[in-house]
Ligand binder design. Structure first.
Ligand code: NI
Length: 162
């Protein structure tokens, strides 16, 4: 199995490339991403977080579970909502578990992409699922949730990482 990558690893800062091959390897990758996410007690995982620079993520949050390949994100409701947010790639050096900080996100989004068989996927989301989609989409752009925090908040979090 591939391993989780942590803040400081350049792959997390590199925009991911579109998926072009919808083959057995891709289907295995999606399965592996779910396995790694569950093993780490996560609710979402994007390709770059396991060193795969491809545009896909998996999620299982608020009783909604799925995967999206080559996602596009549309903001439906731009109202800013601030809630605690963390990331498997931003762990505390003491605890090894994600560090959380209140992070602003849009209240409602739609994700459009395809699944591992190339079939269209559209998911409208609010609340934690909308937050998760924005977080995972950021990973595909080489961004982390700490980028959404104030300079002081960001420094506070990053000082606690390994
Ligand atoms: Ni993350």
């Amino acid at each position: 199995m591939r391993e989780l990558r942590y803040v400081g690893d350049p792959v997390l800062r590199t925009p991911a490339e579109p998926v072009t091959e919808f083959d057995r390897e891709l289907r295995r990758l999606v399965d592996e991403m779910f396995a790694i996410m569950y093993q780490a007690d996560g609710v979402g995982l994007a390709g770059p977080q396991i060193g795969v620079g491809l545009r896909l993520f998996v999620y299982d949050i608020s009783k909604r579970k799925g995967h999206v390949i080559n996602p596009e994100l549309t903001i439906d409701d731009p109202e800013e909502v601030v809630e605690e947010e963390g990331c498997l790639s931003v762990p505390g050096k003491e605890t090894g578990t994600p560090l959380y900080a209140p992070t602003p996100r849009a209240a409602g989004v739609t994700v459009r992409g395809v699944d591992k068989l190339g079939r269209p996927v559209t998911v409208k989301a609010r609340g934690m699922l909308a937050r998760c989609f924005q977080h995972e989409f950021d990973h595909l752009e080489g961004k982390l949730y700490v980028d959404r925090l104030s300079k002081d908040e960001r420094r506070k979090i990053l000082l606690q990482t390994p």
